[in-house]
Design a protein around this ligand. Sequence first.
Ligand code: IVH
Length: 749
Amino acid sequence: MTQNDGKAESGRKAAMAEIADLVARVSAADRAYHGEDAPFISDAEYDALKRRLQELEHLHPDLARADSPTRRVGAPPADGFGKVTHAQRMMSLANGFAREDVEDFIARVRNFLNLGPDQPLALTAEPKIDGLSLSLRYESGVLVQAATRGDGVVGENVTANAMTIPDIPHRLIGAPEILEVRGEVYMTHEDFAALNLSGEGKVFANPRNAAAGSLRQIDPAVTARRPLRYFAYGWGALSEPLALTQFDAVRRLAELGFQTNPLMRLCHDVECLIETWAAIEKQRASLGYDIDGAVYKVDDLSYQARLGFRATTPRWALAHKFPAETAWTRLERIEIQVGRTGALSPVARLAPVTVGGVVVSNATLHNEDYIAGRDSTGAAIREGRDIREGDWVQVYRAGDVIPKIADVDLSRRANDARPFAFPTHCPECGAEAIREPGDSVRRCTGGMTCPAQAVEKLKHFVSRAAFDIDGLGAKQIEMFFADPVLPIREPADIFTLAKRDAAGLTRLKNREGFGERSVEKLFAAIEKRRRIPLARLIFALGIRHVGEVASATLARHYGSWSALVEALERAAPAAERHVAAEDAVARERAAAAAEGRRARVKEVRDRIWSEAPDPGAEARAAWADLVGIDGIGEVLAVSLVTAFAQKAERAGIDRLLAQISPLDADSAPETQTEITGKTLVFTGTLERMTRAEAKARAEAMGAKVAGSVSARTDLLIAGSGAGAKAAKASELGVTVIDEDEWLRIAGAG
Ligand code: IVH
């Protein structure tokens, strides 16, 4: 580091500290002024603070905080709530249903932490409240912001509403400087029944919907009249730890004035967890509020820190759900919905029935095999009983998930009931719907010419994790798709909307619910998205199997749009060979099965692959590089390469790219480390950290972890007994380090 760099760095640090201080002070003043009608500084002082904050944010735009009061402008926008980027992501929980799931969870945790059989592992067990999560941010003990979970990254700012909930303190004494409390907003059964009877507002299906509907009111005075409650069970960003254990941290929240759940217990083995779960379930009916399971959390917070997170869930917690609830009703008809990837999904339209307190009138039927009474391998399910329109069916519902059909009552089947004929053509566009070998789903072949697929793809394109265009949600997409003058039929159309047909625009401005201002705002929001992070763009394309996590991985690996496209084009012949060979394998297996023979899959595959034409070295290398990325499997790779190789789909992508500029991927995570952007390989046995933990740590620090050593490897971590890989690494001149050095890098030495 040069002297100048040093100076710049210390300047940045000072600016960061001053910004934090100003954000806290301006927010506190805002709250006192707007929320409590009790200003504690003069208007002039307030203006000076805010101006200084704006000045610093202008000088250091990368330090400007999402929660800065300079970004909050008075009341929430009329078309909804302001958005809040959570300082720390709001995660969800992995689910377990059976005892084995709990045992597996404990085994995974022990394994990850490398705990010996004699080393204790304590866990908390507490009810899983069926409400909606809310994050409360306190700065200097003052509640400055309340935000819903949203997609986990960005939630809605519901500060004014949350402040009307009696369980939520406005001020804390003795709290850390920065404290984000996480917990659940809920409504008791009694209050829910009274609210529905009162005739105020609409009638809600269950306490959870009532709580959500009440919190998300534009007018906080309405929320204030709703009997909402809040249990605190966790935290997000913190300036200092609350305690050393989960149990004590929750106790500390209680001491600070939060309601915490009285049923929380501390356990030391699976037996105790299951007993607590059973005891909580026993009390379920008499608790007076809805719960849908128990949550187990590793008690030791240093263990929690080591375990960390998967894509959306912590490794240190498990939601152990109660068994699903069921009810019988009549299946009136089976409808087919066409999804974004063309999948034909059968939906059961039911005579409405209450299942676990919720009225259900739709359920999923999965796919044609499920309706016919067999699984994807052809084996019987429900002892082979098929499902027909008019049948009596058993519906079950577990927590939030879409209700499913579990069984059918043949004794009540009408004599003239006919087996359901699954369509072989798309009900929306008439194109042929085919089932590829090995796929359990039938898909419409219409692509973007199928209106159902096109609309669903567009909805995906504008969704939160994709282009996330303000004012252009699913509802508006449906409207624009059907618009005869200014249609949006494909993603590129969104960006040409403003340039098209002036008469159409005037019409749009005059349309009900679409005033001059909202059209302008929409166009501004679209303009803003012309520059888009690479990962969002990849995800937005809606390619089958390419989810949010894979998109981020691909963006990080290839770095730029042009590098990605080039690599996919190069890999195309290899992907084609892969598809052809695997199709041939599937055909041989099916033929063998039809003749009652068992095909030896490995032999068949080896033979077919050895006969497949060589796609050439360049294609092989590009393909190997793609499927060599950690987290990118062959199925995903085929889907991705094929999407770019298909003419019509590619032309749509090119039209889109003519309108936008993808930003190169930022390979740097939030903080730079000495292994950021490097490719690491682990070999041999690590004594003090499991492989899983080492990999998770390396990735969290922005490194890639590969399985084998190549010229691209930057660092080999050789544990004890390292063999061939270490030899190859030194041959290639790759730096090799031992476990001690690794522990130092990982900050665990
Ligand atoms: S802990 C990092 N504890 O369940 C994970 N969540 O299905 C933080 N929930 O989004 C969650 N009761 O809204 C936790 N005792 C409890 C909970 C709980 C209800 C909700 C929470 C979460 C969802 C996941």
